[in-house]
Write a protein that binds this ligand. Sequence first.
Ligand SMILES: *[C@@H]1O[C@H](CO)[C@@H](O)[C@H](O)[C@H]1NC(C)=O
Length: 251
Amino acid sequence: MSKINTFFIFLFSLLLINVSCFHLPDFKPDYKEVLRLSLLFYESQSFTMAFTSTILAWGVKEYKDGYKEADQYKEVLEAIKWATDYFIKCHVSPNEFYGQVGDFPIDHMFWGRPEDMTMTRPAYKIDPNHPGSDLAGEGAAVFAATSLIFNDVNRTYAEELLRHSVELYNFAKTYRRFSCPDRPASCGWEQFRSPLPNPQILHGAVVSGPDQNDLYEDVREDFGYNEVTLYYNAGFQSAVAGLIQLQSDDL
Ligand SMILES: *[C@@H]1O[C@H](CO)[C@@H](O)[C@H](O)[C@H]1NC(C)=O
């Protein structure tokens, strides 16, 4: 028996113990309804995040039949296309990608309807003079993941998405951000403050990421957002090990 089956039997036993201890009525989750409501939730949000769309597209790629069974396949494609059409507009040229509209602290001082917002709403972009490999990389990911799911329904659109993905991937790789140049070149505060892209890229570590207000700036000077540490990476690494193990268990 594979480990994943053992794991589910373990989970199921826990559930049975739980039910028998607390005399809960029979509980039969309605996953189709959950899926429908979850999709409605996205439709009522602005749904602009590349990460969100990447994960949703990945879910469609893996569980297309689930969406079809719940009669939500067309709906999920429409919801995702809303986001990808937006990202296409943000990617105005191969090395130019808009990542955010609005200034968080100013926006967050307002509570009301989007139509009534009259404050300054600046647009921020990355380009060769202001590189951001992480944002460009996430952009490449969302275009790649969505291209895969649109391949079945609209080849033209899938190819357009793939082109954006390749361009952003090249942008992320060409204009990297990282700190010290190779020896014997010196490395100190001058390099730290240099406006040039980082000469190296570190693979395999996660940065600490956004703060409690979901603010994140890809700048070398801010260790709070951009530092890599052993303890941040421990959870990440264990999760990756888990994925590899589950993959090798003949799912
Ligand atoms: C396929 O996508 C393209 C690009 O967005 C669009 O112009 C076209 O109408 C779509 N075709 C179909 C059959 O939906």
